[in-house]
Design a protein around this ligand. Sequence first.
Ligand code: SF4
Length: 880
Amino acid sequence: MSLESVSVIKEKIEGPTGTASFFNILKLEESGFEPARLPYSIRVLLENAARHSGRVHGALEAVRSLAAWPETVGMEIPFMPYRVLLQDYTGVPLIVDLAAMRDAAAAAGLDPGRVNSKVPVDLVIDHSIQVDAWGSEVAFSTNLDREYERNKERYALLKWAQSAFKNMRVFPPGKGICHQFNLEYLSQVVTTSDRTGELQAFPDTLVGTDSHTTMVNGLGILGWGVGGIEAEAVMLGEPYRMPIPKVVGVRLAGELREGVTTTDLVLTVTEALRERDVVGSFVEYFGDGYRRLSAQDRATLGNMSPEYGATVGFCPVDDATLAYLSGTARPPKHVEFVREYATRAGFLLDGKEPEYSEVVVIELDKVEPSVAGPRNPDERRPLRSVPSFARKMLDEKKASALAKAGGLGDGSIVISAITSCTNTSNPTVMIGAGLLARHAVEAGLTVKPWVKPSLAPGSTVVTDYLQKADLLGYLSRLGFALVGYGCTTCIGNSGPLSPEVEQAIRADDLYAVAVLSGNRNFDGRIHPLVKGSFLMSPMLVVAYALAGRIDFDFAAAPLGSEKGGKPVFLKDIWPSLSEVKSTVETSLSPDLYSQRYADAMKGDDRWESLAAYSDEVFRWDAASTYVRRPHWLSPSERTSAKKDILGARALAVLPDKVTTDHISPAGTIPVDSPAGQYLIGRGVEMIRFSSYGARRGNHEVMVRGGFSNIRLKNALAMGKEGGYSRHLPSGKVMPIYDAAVKYGEERTPLVILAGKQYGMGSSRDWAAKAPKLLGVRAVIAEDFERIHRSNLVAMGVLPLQFKEGEGCQALGLTGEETFDVLGVEKMAGPNESLKVSARKDGKEKNFTVLCRVDNKTELEYVEKGGVIPFVFDKLLTSVH
Ligand code: SF4
């Protein structure tokens, strides 16, 4: 089998804007390959490589390797995503970096306009809104007002970026959540572009600076979350280099039963795939059960890919995809074009089962109503088992648990949030929640007074169809009034609880609980006073708000009683599938989408009145505490990371499953923390602290927030939970930032020691930037989550992996040792073994670690001190 050129597989197709060429990978059969046996997700990579052959280094070799999948799993290929998706939490620091690059280009006597995006970029402002007000008609406008008050400086930067950078669109606050926006409006499934001088048709692909970018795989669009730094590189024209993945086929068999939702399914899939360990693999869905799912159901499956550990959960294109495009008002001509392209180019799901690396079967009729918690998304529990689990959990916390039945006590639900793109993108569960609310109101039920309920959909269309179905008012009457169109509780911006509830929790150190329809519930994420968080469908969120306690047994206990005294159980108010279906059919229509998205980029008066200018360089405001010029490109920062590490101390010794939220929290900035004190010192009142997430454009705040999560357990901190460490050899326990500063003054390099799945969770690049700025040279862990590993490399921090079966415990490491990491300077290729010696009290332990610099390009990054200096140097030397 040989392939010298891909021109032989080029064909023509009539697109919505004229005749386009495309690469028909099915024609590779004529060169001796068997493309029709490949998983659909691999076909997308193959088409991408074919289209870039001759223009991107290694693309033709990638065509050969991908066509020969699976023998070539692990080989490095370039991937050129068509577009980039950003949200404001990760987008602001990215724009700050680009603005700094423009300054550096100008300082080097070059045109700052060289720093520009080569691919389409969409930034949706969705992460900053907080639930300050709730339960009333004015909650939405109040929260939006506060959002603008707090974020003016950040939003002014984004407005500047929109006019200063080519190919960039910014969608103002109050429009929706980036992934739902992406599904409903931005995504094309198949797109055309004349970027190469010739109109070409190809599958839509993207990377995003948010880990749940994977949601778009529900539409058969290949895309995943990357670190902000990697996204910058893609924007500036660098290919994304990746190993050819394994593809785990997930056969969905049968049909979900009455009373079971897609949320129950995704929690079941998450649990099953976490057990299988699909980290680093693509997952691809198929089977008769798959065919029965709507595109929105599939998007929920795609959304939680990071939770089950896969790079993507890919859902091949079929009639349900096309029906979704039509239903969301994509032009009929475009939908027809997608059908024709997908059919001819081998992307339309046919009856033949592709070859997979392995197959996992999920029987849909065995899925049952479920929740996941209290602190990990893969801790699925059948709803029926929650009462006994909760009682046990609370008994362990306090013997008197639940004694205060009827009032606020341990196990009380204090937050109940219909939130997150994961579920608010799915009309079935949203209409289901509305119907449940209606039945509850009609039965005279009310939400318990200590619960803070909220409704924050990811799209304005949701409230339109709830309104059309006459359900919005019922949700509102239960307290689920609209609080915003954004991430809110899902990202931890749940806002304050009522003062009495906060006081009671603090006074009795209560085990307070949050229930939410989100995808993550890690320690400390949802609210600082909440100790356990449970993920569930929007319908169950409403049910638990009525119950008020996590140990509530829905099967045995009534939620209240009707006027005549008849007890009302959950089963009495739970809507039937046929009721949900018929309501969805009558309340959703394409015109809702076309009306809402007609002026998607237009903001309200507050947005329009923000100062905007289109200078090529940003006008930094020295007084700003939100946006500060970073120093990544200053000469002192641009040092190679390819150096041996000598005499390092451990800044932290961490357990398994440390999340990026532990490393760089997104939520509240405590007043007594180093970051809080920095802000006070700059004249910022506590009430205006906002959150770490909103302050990511200010490295001074972010470095002080490194490893400061209130639930962090650093074994060096002598039992003190939170952002503390023990400085050695002094033995003093102090804030981790202060310890790092002290080590910096002593010129002592730092390492982090950690357990399994280090860096799981969000894609935030601050989880790599903060350690770098704290002076961390290497993280030695049992293994790493995908995005965080590449973020570390991108910042020039070495991810070093203990050998199988080894770790701190097995090697007897306490973190009190002095560490040398040897062999770094001599690394000639990816994944080399390095020697580590750990010395304490005159004794020395030696062990080897695997350097998880996984490809040659990453080695170049390490050599240059990170991706930003690497890309910047290329820009400086490129001929314009
Ligand atoms: S998963 Fe949550 S935080 Fe992430 S984009 Fe969706 S709503 Fe926002």
